[in-house]
Design a protein around this ligand. Structure first.
Ligand code: SF4
Ligand code: MG
Length: 317
């Protein structure tokens, strides 16, 4: 399969002051395959949103490279950069904050189209109506303002705005986390339908594994700026290798009584600060299996089984 996005040793560090730097994303390499949904999971502060924003170009990486369709995005020509900006879109967590309250829905949906000069006048208007219907809203909604809509509807508006420019790759940054549970499945179904119809590729960011289980082809688990594990969705759930993933999974209620609950791994407290993360393995302060080496040596990113990667000393010789 073709790779659409390749992330090579990306770091994103934020300087707080002379002595302190937040290592929000610290040396991550992943490839996203054309047509897949890549689920990216982590607690708040894991760096998952920062990685997403860096991939779409909203912020420049401190180090490392991002390749889009095989080309380093930092060395694209002006036209290529324009195309990439159109083809790579982001949907935000909070539809409330990402929609300008003073703009009509029609103009919000057309924002990207206007910026890229894609359609004007009657054609623009028709395209907006079409997009609104596409995401389950009505053409006459174009005249209204964001406050007149529910959270789920506002997220649909955000999706229509992203779709308007005919993207090929969408980062969905916790698109359902702020919505009522009853609405979440509807929005996920919409995203899945659109993916099929529009040949999209998704990076779907979420804070828990349950949210990405059914929609993801592969899942990556982040912790304090690092990737802990990466595998096909089924393999990750059937055979989680990393203690952190195991802990996240035991926190999900098991619906099927045939499936035996794994021995419970409880992790205590909040993750440590990414300002001064633990030496060696970043998960060691909460890991029930931590050994001496875990404090001294950073575990290598290793393909433990075919297509199943983890960084943990339990799997290193
Ligand atoms: Fe636990 Fe050590 Fe593995 Fe980190 S490297 S997850 S501390 S066993
Ligand atoms: Mg976030």
């Amino acid at each position: 399969t073709e790779t659409i996005i390749q992330v090579e040793e990306i770091k994103k560090h934020f300087r707080l002051n002379k002595e302190q730097t937040v290592k929000s994303v610290d040396d991550i390499s992943i490839s996203i395959r054309k047509g897949e949904t890549f689920g990216l999971v982590g607690e708040s502060g894991s760096g998952k949103s920062t990685l997403g924003k860096t991939i779409v170009g909203l912020q420049a990486p401190t180090a490392g490279k991002i390749l889009y369709n095989g080309k380093d995005v930092s060395s694209l020509t002006k036209q290529e950069k324009k195309d990439a900006n159109r083809e790579i879109q982001i949907i935000f967590q909070d539809p409330q904050a990402s929609l300008n309250p003073r703009m009509r829905i029609g103009d919000i949906v057309a924002e990207g189209m206007d910026a890229h000069g894609l359609a004007k006048g009657k054609r623009r208007e028709e395209r907006v109506y079409q997009l609104l219907e596409r995401v389950g809203l009505r053409p006459d909604h174009a005249k209204r303002y964001p406050h007149e809509f529910s959270g789920g509807q506002r997220q649909r508006i955000g999706i229509a705005r992203a779709l308007a420019v005919e993207p090929s790759f969408i980062v969905a940054d916790e698109p359902i986390s702020a919505l009522d549970v009853s609405i979440q499945a509807q929005v996920v179904n919409l995203l899945e339908d659109l993916k099929e119809q529009e040949d999209l590729t998704y990076l779907f960011i979420a804070h828990d594994l349950g949210m990405v289980k059914h929609i993801s082809d592969r899942i990556g688990v982040m912790y304090l700026g690092r990737m802990m594990e990466l595998a096909d969705s089924d393999a990750l759930f059937a055979d989680p290798l990393h203690p952190y993933t195991q802990a996240l999974l035991t926190a999900i209620p098991v619906a099927d009584p045939q499936v035996k609950r794994r021995e419970r791994i409880v992790i205590h407290g909040d993750p440590p600060s990414p300002v001064d993360p633990p030496s060696g393995c970043r998960f060691r302060t909460r890991c029930p299996f931590a050994m001496d080496i875990c404090a001294e040596v950073t575990p290598k990113w290793t393909e433990v089984k075919q297509n199943h990667w983890a960084s943990c000393h339990l799997y290193q010789q």
